[in-house]
Ligand binder design. Structure first.
Ligand code: PA5
Ligand code: NI
Length: 202
């Protein structure tokens, strides 16, 4: 008689892709990697003097992700992790650059696995809100919402993300207009401070 388990095993495939949840590592699939050190983050932190006084090679965050379909493919998904190191530039915690999606209506999920942080979410109307990131916290980022993760702890902040393959990243808007709030260390704890008005560039 046919053993149903055996035939199932024969029919099923193990694609051999594995994640190490806590480390944010993935293996068994070609991966994209990106590392951002302080030198890459010109203009991101508000205290320029403090930024200039630090070693530009200092790693702030790294991202690894897999692209099972080509970027811009409608209907596909990308999957990856980000690790933000613990540290500060002056009184500002290490954080990602943050972005809107180039296709504004595309959403995303973040899920924290290690560390402590804040997710800064800002709509196109510049209204911001914050969500606490801690192990197990799941964050739905709706479309039309800029997002930035901030490590407010003293150990790496690690989170997974899943986003549409045609979302793209718009970094320019944030580089020019910034988020409307910053997460700064005040008296040993994080505080949310409104962004100072930007000079009008001509
Ligand atoms: O897709 C995402 O939102 C994340 O994978 C980010 O790209 C990652 O956290 C790095 O942040 P940023 O792209 O803002 O530099
Ligand atoms: Ni995103």
């Amino acid at each position: 008689m046919l053993d149903p388990m055996k035939s199932l095993e024969k029919a099923a495939t193990d694609r051999g892709i594995r994640v190490d949840w806590l480390l944010g590592d993935m293996c068994g699939t070609p991966m994209q990697h990106s590392v951002k050190n302080l030198g890459h983050l010109d203009g991101v932190f508000h205290d320029r003097e403090a930024w200039q006084s630090m070693d530009p090679q200092t790693i702030v965050y790294s991202v690894q992700w897999q692209e099972p379909v080509l970027p811009n493919t409608e209907g596909g998904l990308f999957w990856g992790s980000t690790t933000i190191e613990a540290g500060r530039v002056g009184d500002e915690y290490f954080m990602t650059r943050g972005h809107f999606h180039a296709k504004r209506d595309r959403g995303e999920y973040y899920c924290t696995v290690q560390g402590k942080g804040m997710l800064v979410l800002m709509g196109e109307d510049r209204l911001s809100r914050l969500e606490i990131m801690s192990p197990g916290s799941l964050h739905y980022i709706p479309g039309h919402t800029a997002h930035r993760a901030v490590n407010t702890g003293d150990a790496p902040l690690v989170f997974w993300a899943c986003w549409p393959s045609d979302a793209g990243h718009d970094y320019d808007t944030i580089a020019k207009e910034h988020f409307s709030v910053r997460v700064l260390e005040r008296g040993g704890i994080p505080e949310f401070v409104p962004e100072e008005p930007q000079p009008i560039l001509k």
